[in-house]
Write a protein that binds this ligand. Structure first.
Ligand code: IPM
Ligand code: MN
Length: 355
């Protein structure tokens, strides 16, 4: 009997539902072709639900989601909801509760895509960022003292546990080995200033690398220098591993050098549990409902989901469909593609179904 994967779909806010629809179109084409089934269950978590009910994630939501093979997410973020509420209440809450301790973000420039980097092409921009996804500054540790007074104090602490750092590093070493490209893992940190947090990272990096991954070359770059090299010599990178905050920042830079938010995808991965895949661009509310947003990032997130589910052939075919479609688009930006959102989805799906 054909294999069935149970997928939780969270279309979310703004243009999320539009890009998710195209992603599902492509995933269904891949399922049909490669002989598996996707059983989808939709969840309405997001800004509209919050405005209606006052709830971000309802009681029991996390336990419901735990039963799925993967989660496919559009975007979270609503113009009428104060910043932080939906991000913390839905996106970060799910990453934490499902212990998705890896945020995997490939930075890959495809042919026919413009990069703002002069004289760099697809052979130069092809690396992967492994971002720790459950600790660091994102834990919410800290607080106010004398809030609202002239003596106010705000403290926000970065939590780095040996266990959390170690499992992230091990994932990154394994990933580098399996990728088998340049067998080089770069730790991105700030050992010259954050002398506690990144001392732990650097020691663990060296110990684990020496003991268990002698075949992987270890490099180190401060986060500021990493930004510089990503622009000047991106070809130096193979896999980068870093903490939550630095990973957040450098992957937006990464998205820009790979052609923008129209193409950048990420996976929130719990290798032992349920993972969640998303385009990293956000809900783009001003384009909602116009059919102009680029769905390729969501489609690429679907590709990552197939890879993680073990459907490697189907994932490779979706990537081919993306590459094929990129050769037709005028631009990756919303409203400038030369095609509508659903036409772009159709092009990828047709390629997946029949080439
Ligand atoms: C991302 C986003 C989130 C983050 C926000 C929306 C909380 O920027 O996925 O990179 O900071 O992780
Ligand atoms: Mn971000």
């Amino acid at each position: 009997m054909a294999k069935t994967y149970n997928i939780a779909v969270i279309p979310g806010d703004g243009t999320g539902p539009e890009v998710v629809a195209e992603g599902l179109k492509v995933l269904d084409a891949a399922a049909q072709r490669f002989g598996f089934t996707l059983a989808k269950t939709s969840f309405d978590f997001g800004g509209d639900r919050y405005l209606r009910t006052g709830e971000t994630l309802p009681e029991g939501a996390v336990d419901d989601l735990r039963r799925f093979d993967a989660i496919y997410l559009g975007a979270i973020g609503h113009p009428d909801v104060k910043p932080g509420i939906l991000e913390k209440g839905i996106l970060l809450a799910l990453r934490f509760a499902l212990d998705q301790y890896i945020n995997l973000r490939p930075v890959k420039l495809y042919p026919n895509v413009d990069t703002p980097l002069k004289d760099k092409g697809p052979e130069d921009i092809d690396f992967v960022v492994v971002r720790e996804n459950t600790e660091g500054l994102y834990c919410g540790a800290g607080g106010f003292l004398k809030k609202g007074t002239p003596d106010e104090v705000a403290v926000q602490e970065s939590i780095n546990t040996r266990k959390g750092v170690e499992r992230c590093l091990r994932y990154a070493f394994e990933y580098t080995r399996q990728r088998a490209k340049r067998n080089t893992l770069t730790l991105c940190g700030k050992t010259n200033v954050l002398t506690y947090a990144f001392d732990l990272w650097a020691r663990a990096f060296q110990e684990i690398g020496e003991r268990d991954y002698p075949d992987i070359k270890r490099e180190y770059a401060h986060v500021d220098a990493t930004c510089m090299w990503m622009v000047k010599n991106p070809e130096w990178f193979d896999v980068i591993v870093t903490d939550n905050m630095f990973g957040d920042i450098i992957t937006d830079l990464g998205a820009m050098i790979q052609g923008g938010m129209g193409i950048a995808a990420g996976g929130n991965i719990n290798p032992e549990g349920v993972s969640m895949f998303e385009p990293i661009g956000g809900s783009a509310p001003k384009y909602t409902g116009q059919g102009v947003i680029n769905p390729l990032a969501a489609i690429a997130a679907g590709q990552m989901m197939l890879e993680t589910l073990g459907e490697k052939e189907a994932a490779a075919k979706v990537e081919q469909g993306i590459v094929h479609t990129l050769s037709k688009l005028k631009s990756l930006s919303a409203g400038k593609m030369g095609y509508s959102t659903s036409e772009v989805g159709d092009m990828v799906a047709t390629h997946v179904a029949s080439s």
